[in-house]
Design a protein around this ligand. Sequence first.
Ligand SMILES: NC(=O)c1ccc[n+]([C@@H]2O[C@H](COP(=O)([O-])OP(=O)(O)OC[C@H]3O[C@@H](n4cnc5c(N)ncnc54)[C@H](OP(=O)(O)O)[C@@H]3O)[C@@H](O)[C@H]2O)c1
Length: 252
Amino acid sequence: MLKVAVVGFGKMGKLINELSVEQNIEVVSIIDPNKKIAYCEITEESVRNADVCIDFTQPDAVLDNIKKYCQLKKNAVIGTTGWFDNINKAEKLVQESGTGLIYSANFSIGVNAFLSIVENATKIFNKLQEYDIYGLELHHRHKKDSPSGTAKILAQIIKDNITIKDRINYERVSGQIESNVLHFASVRSGEIPGTHQIGFDSMADTIELTHRARNRIGFALGAIKSAKWIKDKKGLYNFREVFFNIILPQRH
Ligand SMILES: NC(=O)c1ccc[n+]([C@@H]2O[C@H](COP(=O)([O-])OP(=O)(O)OC[C@H]3O[C@@H](n4cnc5c(N)ncnc54)[C@H](OP(=O)(O)O)[C@@H]3O)[C@@H](O)[C@H]2O)c1
């Protein structure tokens, strides 16, 4: 049975712990600086018995955490978002240490299917110039980063596939928006687990593609699947590549 260290015992860490028995993994340690039941730090002792560390912490902690996983030769699943500007540093650390790491802004299988649906739809609307395109994401009021990591991936997919859009604006638009700008807005309120919508709009109609997470279970299951997969691997992987190249083909 896979042994995991849960790093960050917030909403996601707690859910992974709750799902562990039914998902056939064993949580051998819980690490969080401010929770009394947990280890406070990632140390040799706190991760000794773990095959893989699953990290759902916070953006400013994650690069230091990755350094520690690499020093301690532990493979890791990084669910934490808001740190992807440092991806090259993480890749170097992983390669030098000979460990394995898989990361994603969104571990939900449904969202990863959604990314491909949006990519295909965007290619169609690139040929239909009467349609403009927008993005919208909504999350609970406790979320620390904005826009969401998934919004950034979606915006990049659109920018890469719509010839006219060469800039992304995640902020409020003051005045009229230029036609080369993709507007991707964020809303924070209540307890929304995560909604992403892409709209294609013309004089005649609107086509909306929406992914609405019902709860956090999809993220947790994708992270657990990834932990099982990364156990004996080396190198840095993006969950989306793994989803399409490995998980999806295995279903047939
Ligand atoms: N990739 C995905 O599929 C996915 C899905 C959902 C969420 N996320 C991301 O995952 C992260 C966590 O989400 P969440 O909803 O679980 O947040 P959360 O409820 O705020 O939990 C984060 C926990 O990590 C703790 N923490 C902070 N720094 C730490 C460190 N260095 N070592 C260990 N623990 C540390 C926090 O402690 P304190 O409370 O004391 O600060 C908190 O208990 C966020 O970045 C979120 O955007 C990703």
